[in-house]
Ligand binder design. Structure first.
Ligand code: FAD
Length: 314
């Protein structure tokens, strides 16, 4: 029975949480408490912390959050790091701080300009995420596992065709990336087709799907539009009639997202779900609970024997 249980445990999909950097000190304290609570109740494999492109004040909070999450709270942490419009010295500082805290995972990104403005290239700076991947690999060798962003429905505001985008993804992998985290999506068919193309292009590192819970109707529509992703008819059919009742939207939205997650897991392309928490506790936990992925009491009480990260070989 014990062996059977162990087998089930090792084939169970794993999951992780993304948190963004709050704007106030109180917000940061609340986030530490939330991270800690969510860890204690659900044992995510890792957490990641977003980065505010441009390297301003909030990005300093990113490095603080990463440091504290990794070395004080003891969570396996991944730091997002963007590379455009920021001096290389700022990138160096961030990497050094992550290194010093024991963090071993970086999500290497290009970054977006602030709304309604454009980047001006920093002298000696980087142009694409692949430049940052190369830089980290050259400087830190194998210390960091490096993730890169993938876009199953293309990059917003960019009409480059699918195969070229997969080619750009391949360039990031060839530069040294060890995992891909995707943009949010609600259409399982599009995601599965994209995974097939990614594999056909010879990209064999883990694909980690970014899952956005549905909390309110307005936020659901806004985020989908912002990322320029397709909303399947079924989502609109079920959510539109109840759009003014937040609790019902969350219930129905959870069921829709759970079905989508089950379909992508069944496709065999993924074994891990990365939940965009938006710094909220309830909606991601509802998804995991419905999927039966939350640990039982024995696992919660036992020694912290978390399964290996999807991209670590040993
Ligand atoms: P790249 O892969 O460098 O691509 C950028 C653009 O250049 C694309 O349009 C691509 O088509 C094009 N391109 C790439 N390579 C080439 C080439 N060789 N020749 C010509 N064109 C090329 N942003 C933040 O600011 N902070 C965050 O914390 C953050 N986290 C994210 C997490 C995830 C999982 C994802 C999917 C995105 C995240 N972003 C974040 C957004 C991201 O920074 C933007 O989408 C950005 O516009 C692109 O970043 P990238 O790393 O994909 O860039």
């Amino acid at each position: 029975e014990k062996l059977q249980k162990q087998r089930e445990k090792s084939s169970k999909p794993t999951f992780s949480y993304e948190y963004f950097v709050p704007k106030t000190t109180q917000g940061v304290q609340n986030l530490y408490d939330r991270m800690d609570r969510m860890y204690e109740s659900s044992l995510p494999q890792f957490i990641d912390i977003t980065w505010n492109a441009g390297g301003g004040v909030l990005s300093r909070l990113s490095t603080d959050l990463v440091s504290t999450a990794q070395s004080v709270l003891g969570l396996e942490t991944c730091m997002h790091l963007t590379c455009t419009n920021m001096p290389v010295s700022r990138i160096d500082e961030a990497l050094q701080s992550a290194y010093d805290s024991g963090c071993q995972n970086i999500l290497a990104l290009r970054g977006d300009p602030p709304v309604n403005s454009e980047w001006t290239q920093v002298q000696g700076g980087f142009k694409y995420a692949k430049d940052l991947v190369k830089y980290i690999r050259a400087k830190y060798r194998d210390h960091f596992d490096i993730g890169v962003a993938g876009y199953p429905e293309g990059h917003p505001g960019d009409d480059t065709d699918d195969s070229e985008l997969i080619d750009y993804l391949k360039q990031k992998v060839d530069a040294g990336a060890s995992f891909v985290i995707t943009q949010m999506f609600y259409d399982a068919d599009i995601f599965i087709k994209w995974c097939k193309k990614v594999r056909e292009a010879g990209i064999d590192i883990p694909i980690i799907p970014g899952i956005m819970p549905i909390t309110t109707y307005a936020a659901f529509l806004r985020r989908a539009q912002w990322c320029d992703i397709h909303i399947p008819d079924e989502f609109m059919k079920q959510l539109e009639p109840i759009k003014d009742d937040d609790q019902q939207v969350r219930e129905t939205g959870t069921s829709l997202v759970v079905d989508m997650c089950q379909r992508i897991l069944d496709s065999g392309y993924v074994t891990h779900l990365h939940l965009y928490t938006m710094n909220l506790e309830k909606a991601p936990l509802m998804i995991l609970e419905r999927m039966n992925l939350l640990p039982d009491q024995e696992e919660l009480d036992g020694e912290n024997t978390l399964a290996m990260l999807p991209w670590r070989k040993s």
